[in-house]
Design a protein around this ligand. Structure first.
Ligand code: ADP
Ligand code: MG
Length: 263
């Protein structure tokens, strides 16, 4: 014969299903035993059950946002070696990771030569933003321009910019490796302008701002863009030799070895 407790559990299961919160059902049982053992109050128990559901939802939401962001690799602050990159101040990076810049629509710019950790730090900070509930989209500068060009061709540029704007943070990686023609520069300018003081950008570039004129084919366009990006930004200039080649000397690179052979 079912006891009153069994009936109550059945009802809890039904209610958890109605709430679309199956974890509440599991945790309610598990935590009930613990609560009885440790003499929790009703309030402690309620807080623990709801807290476990919220934590699980946040974790799965963060995972979804990381997957949706399209990061090219998984990078975290924990696996960033700050000793190898003294130009990145650990305190400053961790303060940025806390996400204050996101609520102020601020930007972060990483400058520096190849292999100094620009993309690594951009991904790590953007992943922190995902964990804080912010929608993120990652692409290279060339990738963003291609997206905008495709949208422009089918008359959906405004819609594409609005879509980018639904992301509280976009990462624009590798500004400067590929020069833009006038149309691409114009689209990129619109992307930057549409976010100005509204939502955040993390941007990386191997080129100092003084050389952006070459990328965008126009000094005035580059200056206007830099103005908007930098107005509310922290600019961090990384330095040193490539981390990728830290165990290599230039003479031991395959391409160099080949060159030596032909000589
Ligand atoms: P960049 O974007 O500046 O060219 P990346 O961020 O892609 O450089 O770094 C190149 C590789 O070296 C990546 O695999 C990255 O994770 C790693 N790396 C760079 N700097 C560090 C560092 N200080 N600590 C740990 N890994 C690093
Ligand atoms: Mg990079």
């Amino acid at each position: 014969m079912p006891t009153r407790t069994d009936d109550t559990w059945t009802r809890v299961e039904y209610l958890a299903r109605q709430l679309k919160a199956p974890r509440i059902r599991d945790m309610a049982r598990r935590l009930a035993d613990q609560a009885a053992q440790d003499g929790w109050t009703h309030l402690d128990y309620l807080a623990a059950v709801l807290g476990s559901e919220v934590a699980a939802r946040e974790a799965s939401g963060a995972g979804q946002r990381v997957r949706a962001a399209g990061f090219p690799a998984r990078k975290t602050l924990t696996d960033f070696n700050f000793d190898h990159q003294p130009a990145a101040d650990r305190g400053q990076i961790h303060r940025l990771a806390a996400g204050g810049y996101l609520t102020e629509a601020g930007n972060i710019v990483f400058l520096g030569p190849p292999g100094t950790g620009k993309t690594h730090l951009a991904i790590a900070l953007a992943a922190e933003a995902c964990a804080q509930g912010v929608r993120v989209a990652f692409d290279t500068a060339a990738g963003w321009v291609t997206r905008l060009q495709t949208a422009h061709q089918i008359g959906r540029l405004a819609a594409e910019l609005r879509k980018a704007h639904r992301h509280g943070l976009i990462v624009i990686d590798e500004v400067g490796y590929l020069p833009f023609d006038a149309e691409a520069a114009n689209l990129f300018f619109q992307l930057v302008t549409s976010r100005y003081e509204r939502s955040s950008i993390i941007l990386t570039s191997n080129l100092a701002f003084s050389r952006w004129g070459q990328v965008f084919g126009d000094q005035a366009v580059a200056a206007a863009m830099i103005d908007r990006i930098v107005h509310h930004a922290e600019v961090i200039t990384l330095k040193g030799a490539s981390y990728r080649l830290r165990h290599t000397t230039i003479e031991t690179l395959p391409s160099m070895a080949a060159e030596h052979k032909t000589n």
